[in-house]
Design a protein around this ligand. Structure first.
Ligand code: PMP
Length: 402
């Protein structure tokens, strides 16, 4: 299917409904995306025709489920341009993936972990917990007034003590896209491991892990049109092979005895217990869906929408937009004298769904001296008419609230 925003919308049944008596304008895609028929069908087909536990069964359904699950892993690997499917670990999402990495690293007092002010709490707290456990020190790259990272400070904060550098590719709060190639190269040159939080990159851009040169990359299925409860940790084989397992249980072992247990090879070493089989299969369907449309075409469509929203909102008096002009996926704004929560509640009554609050980025909000923003975030199915509906709704709500 070629990418035609007006027809592709028909693939998303949930969008065809009214909320509060108005057609739904869903602009909360950075929180989670809606699911196309291809994904809904993959989930239903799995439970209607295939469902069985994987890896251990000899019967036909167990073999079919195992094959579908491992084919899904190969699809994810292809989508990321991973060197091999075994580098793809299925997790429950970005949070789970980052916690996995933060849990298997052992650091010493005085070692440093480098993150940035733009991070989501899930790329902050696991590192703080690692630092608490190990006596390592958390260092934070500051953010400039335009919502981009201070790259000079980033360079200065990297040192031979930096053991891991973890940063988001795209900020969920401000839509800032970071120069991840350059940042990864600098951190690697300093001898640090690198983890990229690609939660907000995956829906909007082509990811090539071999070109990036990082050690780990994490994303969530539900932000890229797949169900909740499935996500990916990609890790370089030589790095993961050298690290210890995380959770213990079935599937992650080779042999268990009370005297000594040996661990399985990648990827199973990091997949203890029955995984989200249907989720992995549906994630593969979602990736095939976006690849079929073309992520570059999707991104170009979304960029036009975000620019239209930025122009429309900034023409309203007293509106401040956060983040750089070339924001990706999400647009955060505030209106003078209007609380974001009141604004979000009122425009919901006009059918427009946006997110308000701190967006799980409290340190970033603190940096800007605010408690939160109103955020509109875009997906492949959004239209210019929806952007206009957002701007009109904000204008009306502000007139009512002032
Ligand atoms: N990182 C970023 C940049 C995010 O936007 C999110 C979700 N808002 C997460 C991490 C966490 O993702 P999840 O809740 O799916 O684990």
């Amino acid at each position: 299917m070629a990418f035609d925003p007006s027809t592709v919308r028909g693939e998303f049944p949930i969008l065809d409904q009214a909320v509060n008596g108005r057609p739904l304008v869903y602009l909360d895609n950075a929180a989670t995306t809606q699911k196309p028929r291809a994904v809904l069908d993959a989930s239903r087909n799995y439970y209607q025709r295939i469902n069985a536990n994987i890896h251990r069964g000899t019967h036909l359904l167990a073999r079919a489920a195992t094959e579908s699950h491992e084919a899904a892993r190969a699809t994810v690997a292809r989508h990321l341009n991973a060197a091999e499917p075994a580098e793809v670990i299925f997790t429950s999402g970005t949070t789970d993936s980052i916690n996995l990495v933060a849990s298997i690293l052992s650091l010493a007092p005085g070692d440093e972990v480098l993150i940035t002010t733009l991070e989501h709490h899930s790329n902050i707290v696991p590192w703080q917990m690692l630092c608490e456990r190990s006596g390592a020190v958390l260092k934070v790259v500051p953010c400039l007034d335009d919502g981009t990272l201070d790259q000079a400070a980033f360079g200065n904060l990297l040192s031979d003590k930096t053991r891991i550098t973890a940063f988001g590719w795209v900020s969920n709060a401000f839509g800032t896209g970071n120069p991840v190639l350059q940042m990864t190269a600098a951190a690697k040159a300093a001898g640090s491991l690198v983890l990229i939080d690609a939660a907000q990159a995956a829906p909007h851009m082509v990811i090539d892990v071999q070109a990036l040169g990082a050690d780990f990359l994490a994303y969530s299925g539900h932000k890229v049109y797949a169900p909740t409860g499935i996500g990916v940790l990609w890790g370089k084989r030589d790095v993961l092979d050298a690290l210890p397992p995380w959770r213990g249980g079935g599937e992650m072992i080779k042999e268990v005895s009370f005297e000594k247990t040996t661990y399985n090879d990648l990827p199973f070493k990091y997949e203890a217990g029955t995984p989200n089989i249907e989720g992995a299969i549906a994630l593969a369907a979602a990736l095939e869906f976006v690849d079929g449309l073309g992520l570059e075409s999707i991104a170009a469509h979304e960029q036009a929408l975000i620019q239209r929203a930025a122009d429309g909102l900034s023409s309203l008096p007293g509106t401040r937009l956060y983040g750089p002009a070339d924001r990706i996926g999400a647009l955060s704004f505030a209106v003078e004298g209007v609380h974001h929560y009141d604004l979000g509640t009122l425009i919901d009554q006009m059918g427009v769904a946006v997110r308000t609050g701190h967006h799980c980025c409290q340190p970033l909000m603190a940096r800007f001296g605010i408690t939160g923003t109103t955020r509109a975030s875009f997906a492949l199915y959004n239209t210019a008419e929806e952007v206009d509906a957002l701007v009109l709704a904000v204008e009306k709500a502000v007139a009512m609230l002032r």
